[in-house]
Ligand binder design. Structure first.
Ligand SMILES: C[S@@+](CC[C@H](N)C(=O)[O-])C[C@H]1O[C@@H](n2cnc3c(N)ncnc32)[C@H](O)[C@@H]1O
Length: 188
């Protein structure tokens, strides 16, 4: 499993603790942040955690086809300015990168404080007729019992402290499909 833009790696380490028979890799460009997750996993002697310091723009260079079964995207930069759609981690351009190493019908999870990014991702999923598994614009109002949803990252805690609601969406990615970017009213 991969966590993209993992920061200090709370999701990577949290899931690794819970599922010791699976491997978890946190990816981020900032070494000082992933150092925290690496230190925690070494101290706990978690043998199923790794971190990769790279730009997500070249992520497909690191993995073979079908090597990854799930991707978590946790509190990414929503890239709200018009013309930035192709920089969003759930854009057709990024999903096409993930198709190169994700199992067919592999799961993608997104947690975000950004209503804009949540709605944008829902639009990409619907436009491409991808299989939506779960979605909510207020995760902690749902009382879902899935333990994997209860892990909180550094940014998630900051947003919760500010009273923001947390958006969540999970969907499956067909790795054979040609993906397209929806056209929005602002011309993006
Ligand atoms: C808002 S922070 C969220 C960090 C963490 N997921 C959390 O929830 O606390 C976004 C993270 O994505 C990383 N990031 C942003 N763009 C990236 C890129 N193109 N490649 C790799 N990492 C990136 C940043 O370094 C940062 O740690």
């Amino acid at each position: 499993m991969l966590e993209l833009g993992c920061g200090k790696g709370e999701y990577t380490v949290g899931l690794a603790r819970e599922f010791q028979n699976k491997n978890f890799i946190g990816v981020d460009i900032k070494g000082a942040r992933i150092w925290k997750g690496a230190k925690a996993s070494l101290e706990e002697k978690l043998a199923n955690v790794a971190f990769l310091r790279t730009r997500i723009e070249v992520i497909e260079a690191f993995f073979a086809p079908n090597e990854i079964s799930e991707i978590w995207i946790t509190f990414p930069d929503p890239q709200m300015k018009s013309g930035r759609a192709k920089k969003r981690l759930t854009s057709a351009r990024f999903l096409t990168r993930y198709q190169q190493f994700l199992l067919n019908q592999g799961l993608i999870h997104l947690k975000t404080d950004s209503k804009f990014f949540y709605e944008y991702t829902l639009e990409v999923v619907k436009y491409n007729k991808l299989e939506l598994i779960k979605n909510t614009s207020n995760l902690y109002n749902e009382h879902w019992t899935d333990s994997i949803l209860s892990i909180q990252t550094h940014y998630e805690k900051l947003h919760i402290d500010e009273g923001d609601s947390i958006n969540y969406i999970s969907f499956k990615l067909n790795n054979q499909q040609l993906l397209k970017e929806p056209t929005f009213q602002n011309g993006e």
